[in-house]
Design a protein around this ligand. Structure first.
Ligand SMILES: Nc1ncnc2c1ncn2[C@@H]1O[C@H](COP(=O)(O)OP(=O)(O)OP(=O)(O)O)[C@@H](O)[C@H]1O
Ligand SMILES: Nc1nc2c(ncn2[C@@H]2O[C@H](COP(=O)(O)O)[C@@H](O)[C@H]2O)c(=O)[nH]1
Length: 207
């Protein structure tokens, strides 16, 4: 099994899961990571039924699909995990993870807490990192300033955020919790947590 092989040190670097409330800064940190280490890390492109935001590209940020398409593919067994979040469906397809692994890159998943719990039931064995805002008030301000949400979807996301902040304290759920107060400091924490994987990847590409 992957677990046994991993214990024996026979597999490659571990995938990385970034989770945490909407507005905590996952995409911002991920973008920085991919800018600096785009040869090492690859983003797992999820499917979602929500509409694209200005600037988001189909097949790059997400695979934007209808509920019917997504449900059909879920029923066909094409997804590793999927969840309903704030009125829309989100999910990680097997193909999304395989596409990154085929490029010999470390797969990074940006998923919600339900996704984390479901990935724990699989053999993926990633490093689990929670990104948190300093407070719910600051998170609300950041989400409002982002101007991507209606008042209704903002309220849904804030309710989910409050629950997320509490659940993330659960022992053994995350390997690391990063408080994204100052962006540069949070990013430096992230690269520190991933230093070992980055080193392994750099060594194997030099050999
Ligand atoms: N350290 C920070 N200080 C101030 N603003 C920040 C910081 N980090 C991120 N932001 C801003 O906060 C907003 C939310 O960040 P981002 O979109 O990265 O969150 P997210 O966790 O990916 O959210 P979602 O799950 O909704 O996609 C963005 O407008 C971003 O520019
Ligand atoms: N369980 C999953 N959650 C996912 C996936 N892709 C994204 N997400 C999470 O959804 C929310 C909202 O994202 P947004 O882009 O609409 O702001 C956020 O917490 C993401 O982490 C997925 O494939 N599975």
């Amino acid at each position: 099994s992957t677990v046994g092989a991993r214990a024996a040190g026979m597999t490659g670097p571990r995938p990385v899961v970034l989770s945490g409330p909407s507005g905590a800064g996952k995409s911002t940190l991920l973008k920085k990571l991919l800018q600096e280490y785009g040869n090492i890390f690859g983003f797992s492109i999820s499917h979602t039924t929500r509409s694209p935001r200005p600037g988001e590209e189909n097949g790059k940020d997400y695979h934007f699909v209808t509920r019917e398409e997504m449900q059909r593919d879920i029923d066909a067994g094409q997804f590793i995990e999927h969840a309903e979040f704030s009125g829309n469906m989100y999910g990680t397809s097997k193909a999304a993870v395989q596409a990154v692994q085929a490029m010999n890159q470390i797969c990074v998943l940006d998923i919600d807490l339900q996704g984390v719990r479901n990935i724990k039931k699989t053999e993926l064995q990633p490093i689990y990192i929670s990104i948190q805002a300093p407070s719910l008030d600051i998170l609300e301000k950041r989400l409002r300033d982002r101007k991507t949400e209606t008042e209704e979807s903002l309220q849904k996301r804030l309710a989910a955020a409050a629950a997320d902040m509490e659940s993330s304290q659960e022992p053994d759920l995350f390997d690391t919790i990063i408080i994204n107060d100052d962006l540069d400091e949070a990013y430096s924490m992230l690269t520190k947590v991933l230093a070992e994987e980055i080193k392994k990847a750099q060594q194997s590409s030099n050999s």
